[in-house]
Ligand binder design. Structure first.
Ligand code: SF4
Ligand code: SF4
Length: 206
């Protein structure tokens, strides 16, 4: 049969000599290759003690951001879940009660918000889709787990801490292109949140 490529090799059926049957030359060659690798620079690193440098826009573990007053930005609009090609995001929306204004920025919030890290492909589409700048991917690496259930992250892991000193910095993701995009005030993403304006709109609609 004719070969499809020219990579095939003819196999020789020649009888091996006594010296060849001792395999000494082959063993010596193999040892030389092994020893030469000891002298070469290692291709691996001792993770997690050592980390490789990563891009400033590396897409790792998500964070749900709070606003400057500490209120959760997410309004459970569901756009991130719709945009997610892996169907990794689920949420349950709830209505903000009186006295919870300091916890949730708008009248609707996510009572439950979960990302299945086993499904996530870290594409970043949830970040792009979010009109409230509530979800960002960060340079934090998702650790491995023994149980599948431990990789379904809820709000306890995703929402950043209330303390300002412990907030997750996402400023590195504000590349020149992103900053330029934010100058376009016609996009809802870029309109400043004004709670008074929102209340007026609500009253007018009643
Ligand atoms: S990064 Fe992509 S796959 Fe992961 S949750 Fe966001 S949209 Fe879904
Ligand atoms: S993270 Fe953003 S897109 Fe997703 S539900 Fe919250 S506000 Fe909507």
């Amino acid at each position: 049969m004719q070969a499809l490529t020219n990579r095939s090799k003819m196999v020789s059926n020649k009888q091996m000599t006594f010296l060849e049957r001792l395999y000494l030359v082959s063993i010596f060659k193999g040892m030389l290759i092994t020893i030469s690798h000891f002298l070469k620079k290692k291709a691996t690193i001792s993770y997690p003690e050592k980390h490789r440098p990563i891009s400033s826009v590396y897409r790792g573990q998500h964070v749900l951001k709070r606003d400057e007053n500490g209120a959760e930005r997410c309004t459970a609009c569901g756009l991130c879940a719709v945009a997610c090609p892996a169907e990794a995001i689920t949420m349950v929306a709830a209505e903000r009660k009186k006295g919870e204004e300091n916890l949730y920025r708008e009248e609707k919030y996510a009572a439950v918000y979960e990302i299945n890290m086993l499904r996530c492909i870290y594409c970043g589409l949830c970040e792009e889709a979010c009109p409230k700048e509530a979800i960002f991917l960060t340079d934090r690496i998702v650790p491995t787990e023994f149980e599948r259930g431990d990789l379904v992250y809820g709000k306890d892991i995703l929402v950043e801490p209330m303390e300002k000193s412990k907030r997750i910095d996402v400023s590195k993701r504000q590349t020149p292109d992103v900053l330029e995009f934010k100058t376009h005030s016609e996009y809802a993403h870029n309109q400043l949140w004004d709670p008074k304006k929102s209340l007026q709109t609500k009253k007018q609609s009643h």
